[in-house]
Ligand binder design. Sequence first.
Ligand SMILES: [Zn+2]
Length: 435
Amino acid sequence: MKLTIHRGARTIGGTCIELESDGWRLFLDLGLPLMHSDGTQFDFKEEDQSAAELIEQGILPDLEGIYADQLRDDRVAVLLSHAHRDHWGLMGWLHSEMPVWASPGTVRLLNVTALFVPTVRLPATIHEFKMWQPFRFGPFTITPYLADHSAPDAASFLIESDQGRRVFYSGDIRAHGRKGVVFERLLKDPPRDVDALLLEGTMLGRGGTQKFADEQAIEEELVQLARPQDRTIFFFCSSQNIDRVCSAYRAAKRTDSIFVIDLYTACVLDQLNELFEHIPHPDWGPTIRVRYWRSHAQRLDEAGNLDLVYRLKKSQIKDEELAANANRAIILAKSNTLFDIEASRLPEKQTIELVWSMWDGYLNGEDRISRFAAAQGIEIKRIHTSGHAVIEDLQRLARAIQPAKVIPIHTLEPARYVDYFENVEIVKDGESILL
Ligand SMILES: [Zn+2]
């Protein structure tokens, strides 16, 4: 089996790995880069361009037989580990008949994203795999493992060739989320005889430790903040970070607060609750209530999905009711204009708490939230735990699997792997190795 890293050997984002056996090729993720190769910020507007143009600019990996404007090689397929854009964002340029596999939760999230962001391009069809159930493509047997990550229903993959070569791809993984139990299960019953472990190392460049140890710690901190019921909490987190949304929901329930979400988040939860019944549904009132922003309702209308808007009517919370309950509201907020509007509709002199529950790198002082906080004289509270494993947990994973090689992926610090793992082999972007 030949392993090639097209991108991701020394970057976070834009992951694309190729496995080749007997002329058959399997791609692991096809992510949107977060940066250009020269380190400048990637601009999403570039999505309007053709595959050939994007290859020219080094954004799409330069591959044959897989893109829309190429002659399709029918011995090629793509596996998607999870619903983060830096793993799936370039899939819209695949040939329309390209077989793509993803988990059911990932498929739901991609569809909701496409519903609300019309410029997003998705593959024509995505096959759904079931966790822990092996499936075949050419000479490959693929077993997805449910992974604990900030994207729900994320997967790691064990890929075995008919020649008996075995690769384990961690995808994005951690042990300290709400599904930490699946990480421990993997350690107890790890895949054997693995030739190469493609191991993500996001945290190697981020200090390796963190202030809030796990999702439970996030929930507890939020409970402390909400319990006095003397302020409105704007909670900034991704609607698709379901572990975090659950933490906020649970904190609201424990403190008799109202967790206020928007129609987009309601749509995400509605879709995922059909698959996983423990995920809070927007009609689980009175703890969870929905804001009806016209832009969201319009999107749902244009996409022919107005039924959700009607179904959730009884969960809707209007301006007056929200203002009357301003001291017991935890409002899920984003860095868009809606949060300013929401704040402006609260009673005068209402105490506001801004809680940032995402990666710190998105707050740069010039963003909307930092400017709002500065103008109002509010300090932004940071309550966050990473979607990625701390170094110690990565080490536990490597020790359990005991691979012949540990190959760095999804990291800014490949050279530091040798400080933490045995049998490290650095494969550079564009480089191939034989297993
Ligand atoms: Zn991710």
